[in-house]
Structure formats: structure tokens, C-alpha cells
Design a protein around this ligand. Structure first.
Ligand code: DGY
Length: 307
């Protein structure tokens, strides 16, 4: 029987499979363990089931001599130092595929919300400020015929492209191996949706000069990772009306404090990292993370390894 540290409560049936075979230490409550607790609990573990908010770095791995497997409860693995894990022969697993549709749905929900002012419209009604039907009031953007630029056309980017085709949008993309150069892409897009992983190469990919290339009406949607967008530059662009609006499911830091200066920007919608947050998707993610741990702790290859 191995000892597994699970860094957040996982109210899904999959956890029972892990508990049937191993001793499971679950961090209580719904907040992330502070770094010193993460380190202390991991230092006694053979397996770690981590979340995107848990920084699994070299220092943490050094403090965990018994660790034999890391299963990240996410498809993204930018919270883990993969090189340090590989150097220690530690297998790392993730949860690809199962969250593709949920994340693409959320990206499209944000595109629609921005294009049609749904959140600001609802706030107007709640505030008792809906006065009349105005011919030129709260005008939005037509999606049919508009150009959607997908940055990073992996599984989720592709799923967003499929949804956009159903709405009659023109889809263009830029990715490592195909599509248009980013500068050219940004200049012709009405909507830009980010789907690239966060790596040293993509950190602040959307910086002041990228924002300056966008149309003044462009809508930017980020459901990938907060670090891909330079938030100070985004705030300035929104403040000066240099782009039409932005919707972020991911920010830096997460959670974004309620008094963060970014939140003063107009035409900005921020939601709390909801991409994979559907009941079925999160239950499937738990199954995959548990399958990864059960296999690795049993000396078998993980079924969903990070490649
Ligand atoms: C992931 O799996 O990387 C997502 O961001 C979690 O919702």
C-alpha cells in the first residue's frame, strides 16, 4: 500500500478506487494547500495527485524522496517542472481529451457573451437601468461572416474552430507547425481565441505589440493560461479603447484578487477558470488521474502520460 497526497477534495467515485488500494491523504477544504503544507504532505508521499494551482517544482521534488508518480488533474502541466521530474525518473500524467468539448464550449460562450454584451446587458436589467428599446442601444458584433483567429490549433483550438464553422465564421489559425504568422493573423481577426500551452516561448505572446496589431473592434478570448497575455498591456489597450473587448477564463495570478487593477478595465469579462468545470468532465478527469496513479504505483506505464 502506497501513500498518496491528493491536494484537493475530489468528490467523484474515482477516488474510492484509489482509497481501496492505497492510503489517501486529502487536503481538506476547497482552497489550495499553502506551499509549505504542499511540501510537507508531499514529502511523505509515494504518489501526488496535483491541481493546476499546485506548483510542483524542483524544491518540492527534492523534498519528496519517496515520490514515484505525479498525476495532474488537468491537461495543462505548466505548474509542474517536467524536466526536474524526468531527471528523477518520475512519471507525470495528465487528463487530455476529456475536457476538450467543455473548454471549447466555454470559449465559445465567452465569444458570444463578448460579441453580444450579454453580461453587461444582464447587469443593466438587474440595476433597474433598462429604460427602453433603443435602435442603436447595446449594439454587438455579428459572428456570421466574422473572422475567428485560433492561436494554437491543438485539440481545443480545433473544437472551437468546429463550433465557429457552425456559426458561419471564417476560421484562420496560427500554430507551431501550420497557419499564418501570428502578426498577420492578429491584423485580420474580428475575434481571437487563445489555445496554446504556456511555455517560456508563449509567455506574454499577446503583449503590447501584439495588441497593437489587432483591429480596434477585436475581441480577445483566453481560456488557455493567464501567462500567455501580458495583463498590464491588455489593461492599457482596454482603457484606451484600442481593442473592442476581452474575456478571460484564466489570469495571472489565480485567483485574481477582487481589487486587481485589471478589473477596472472596460469591456472586460473575467470568469474563474471554468473551462473544464462540468460534472461529467471533472468526473472523467478524476478517473484519468486515478488510473495514472494506480498504474504508476503498481510499476506499470501511466495510461495517460504527459508526452
Ligand atoms: C486544464 O486541464 O489544464 C484546465 O485548465 C483545467 O480546467
Amino acid at each position: 500500500m502506497a501513500r498518496v497526497f491528493v491536494t484537493r477534495e475530489l468528490p467523484f467515485p474515482a477516488l474510492e478506487r484509489l482509497e481501496a488500494e492505497h492510503e489517501v491523504d486529502t487536503w481538506p477544504g476547497d482552497l489550495a494547500p499553502p506551499p509549505d503544507e504542499l511540501r510537507a504532505r508531499t514529502s511523505e508521499a509515494d504518489g501526488l495527485l496535483s491541481m493546476v494551482a499546485d506548483r510542483v517544482d524542483e524544491a518540492l521534488l527534492d523534498a519528496a524522496p519517496n515520490l514515484r508518480a505525479i498525476a495532474n488533474y488537468a491537461v495543462g502541466t505548466d505548474n509542474i517542472d517536467l524536466e526536474a521530474a524526468a531527471a528523477r525518473g518520475l512519471p507525470v500524467g495528465n487528463t487530455p481529451d476529456v475536457l476538450t468539448d467543455a473548454t471549447a464550449d466555454l470559449a465559445f460562450a465567452l465569444i458570444l457573451a463578448l460579441a453580444r454584451g450579454i453580461v453587461s446587458g444582464a447587469e443593466t436589467v438587474r440595476a433597474g437601468e433598462w429604460r427602453t428599446w433603443e435602435p442603436a442601444g447595446a449594439l454587438g458584433t455579428d459572428l456570421a461572416g466574422a473572422t475567428l483567429a485560433i492561436v494554437g490549433r491543438g485539440r481545443i483550438g480545433e473544437a472551437v474552430a468546429r463550433r465557429a464553422a457552425g456559426f458561419g465564421m471564417e476560421v484562420v489559425h496560427s500554430s507551431r507547425s501550420s497557419g499564418l504568422p501570428l502578426d498577420q493573423l492578429l491584423g485580420q481577426a474580428d475575434v481571437i481565441s487563445l489555445h496554446t500551452p504556456l511555455t517560456p516561448d508563449t509567455r506574454h505572446l499577446i503583449d503590447a505589440s501584439a495588441l497593437a496589431r489587432m483591429k480596434p473592434t477585436a475581441l480577445l478570448v483566453n481560456t488557455a493560461r493567464g501567462g500567455i497575455v501580458d495583463q498590464d498591456a491588455l489593461r492599457e489597450a482596454l482603457m484606451e479603447g484600442r481593442i473592442g473587448g476581452a474575456a478571460l477564463d484564466v489570469t495571472e495570478p489565480e485567483p485574481l484578487p477582487g481589487d486587481h487593477p485589471l478589473l477596472d478595465a472596460p469591456n472586460l469579462l473575467v470568469v474563474p477558470h471554468l473551462g473544464s468545470a462540468t460534472r461529467r468532465t471533472r468526473a472523467r478527469m478524476a478517473e484519468m488521474a486515478v488510473e495514472n496513479l494506480l498504474a504508476a504505483l503498481d510499476g506499470r506505464p501511466m495510461p495517460h502520460p504527459v508526452t
